[in-house]
Design a protein around this ligand. Structure first.
Ligand code: IPE
Ligand code: IPE
Ligand code: MG
Length: 248
């Protein structure tokens, strides 16, 4: 699937890579990309949504099993009504346009985050996409929508307290594995690699619990300029890291 120009690194020509099972990406820099070109922010978001396609293809080729994309944070509602509405329209467009191809390529698509504030038609598109792709095993594509790490932990704690009241869990049962089961990411491995584009070096409330031992790649490239090669480079760099998890 990767169509690379001769001379460039391709997934197949690379030496044996330690490929991360789970890559999560903070897709940042759409606004700055547009500003540099004297275009409206929408143009940056549109290009950003198109780039997701290349990113998914590259993930499939590299053999990544979980790709989690931060598409809309619980704090992004603070943006203008126009920008929020543009982002939601692009999300609709993406879901309508890509599902068949994702399905053909063995991708299971799902989301993390609080769906209750999303428009009902978007929730319906997500439910349909999940249903259609639920048996696909090659790659799990998870879109973080109205997602915030702190809100996720609050949501988990609330449910845990309810279950404790109902006698379904006792305080002795509560450990790291138990808490993880109450998070939106239940059943997924923690991210091995988090990539953030646009030169910013912060998590912005992404996967706070899950990032305990994650490796980070902060790239200067703005998200709309992200290419398959950008992903290959980040994975190649990851491949050379020594992860110790606190052990010697
Ligand atoms: C990322 O690009 C897209 C979302 C947060 C939805 P930005 O819109 O944050 O772009 P910058 O950071 O302003 O350049
Ligand atoms: C993080 O980017 C959220 C997404 C990429 C969806 P932001 O642009 O919202 O983050 P801050 O405001 O720079 O921290
Ligand atoms: Mg930003």
């Amino acid at each position: 699937m990767l169509k690379l120009k001769a001379g460039k690194k391709s997934a197949t020509s690379l030496p044996k890579l330690k490929v991360p099972a789970h890559v999560a990406i903070i897709m940042d820099g759409n606004g700055r990309w547009a500003k540099k070109r004297h275009l409206p922010r929408f143009a940056g978001h549109k290009r950003g949504a198109d780039v997701v396609r290349d990113c998914v293809e590259a993930s499939l080729d590299l053999g990544i099993r979980y790709l989690t994309l931060y598409a809309f944070s619980s704090e992004n509602w603070k943006r203008s009504t126009e920008e929020v509405s543009d982002l939601m329209s692009l999300l609709r467009l993406y879901l309508r346009r890509e599902i068949d191809d994702l399905d053909k390529n063995g991708v299971y698509i799902t989301t993390i985050g609080d769906r209750s504030r999303l428009a009902p038609d978007i929730v319906e598109l997500i439910v349909q996409a999940e249903k259609k792709t639920q048996n696909n095993k090659k790659l799990q594509l998870t879109l973080a929508l109205n997602y915030g790490g702190q809100a996720e932990i609050v949501h988990a704690v609330k449910q845990l307290v309810r279950d404790a009241k109902d006698g379904k869990v006792s305080d002795d049962d509560i450990n790291e594995e138990c808490v993880a089961r109450y998070l939106y990411t239940n059943g997924m491995p923690d991210p091995d690699l988090i990539i953030r584009t646009s030169g910013e070096k912060r998590l912005s409330n992404f996967l706070l619990w899950q990032a305990a031992y994650t490796e980070f790649a902060f790239l200067d490239v703005l998200w709309p300029d992200f290419t398959k090669e950008s992903l290959i480079e980040a994975v190649t760099d990851f491949s050379q890291r020594d992860r110790r998890y606190g052990a010697r």
